[in-house]
Ligand binder design. Sequence first.
Ligand code: SAM
Length: 285
Amino acid sequence: MNIIMETKKGVLYLVATPIGNLSDISKRALDTLARVDFIAAEDTRVTRKLLSHYEIKKKIVSYYEHSRTESGSKIIESIISGESCALVSDAGTPGISDPGEDLVKLCVAHSIEVLVIPGPCAAVAALTLSGLGATRFTFESFLPAQKKKRLSRLDTLKSENRTMVFYEAPHRLMATLADMLKAFGDRSISISRELTKIYDETLRFTLSEAIAHFAQTTPRGEFVLVVEGYTNAPQCDEELTQNAIKMAIEFKNSGATLKDAIKRAADETGYSKNELYKVMIKKYG
Ligand code: SAM
């Protein structure tokens, strides 16, 4: 069925664009870009490249992080005067970790109609590839660049039992993985890099394996990290049992009472306190 839809006037269209492969754009997205009065783009050079690939000629205005207050008001004025605008980001879905969110808020505040032309989004693409639970997930975008703030954000996610999706820059990848290991323990992680591009790859590891891998291979390109949520750890997992016992012994040796050592090790590892108690009581009587 071929549904032809008119491009409306006085509307903001959120148009998703490719995250790498220029073919990943819908027919409706291309029709909308060709028919609106103007396009608001995060990076006009990136958008010109896309438009010229599809032989679309259109007026482009700039709408990016540092111009959003000033150019946001101008865009709103043009829409109110009856023009239609398509908002595009550098890649993917406008509004997901880019300033598009603010333009939508402005439109809502001015009772301007907003319509979406859905399409690629790096977070969703990586989640579906991860092999981890994709029914319930939380999108965490970029973690703070500053170590203390990053650790404190990760700390708030320790007991999050949904799968967690993060964006990360290559030069911060190692520090982030190390902080995740510290905060979460050795959980499963799926790392997607350069999705839909030449060096597209998805690696599935534990956090410690990921650290070992990127200690050997310099991280390059764009990354999405998909981390397993907190689970009440499986009681029969031998490795987990050994880790919990080792940790409890360390706590005990460093002066904690047997009860406190068991509680702390059970809390840290997610291992059953009762099971740990049975093992430790045999050892310490
Ligand atoms: N709006 C975009 C979306 O819908 O995915 C995200 C914009 S955010 C500013 C850019 C981040 O998305 C990158 O730093 C990277 O973490 C992730 N990303 C974008 N394209 C990607 C790709 N092809 N492969 C892996 N990650 C990508």
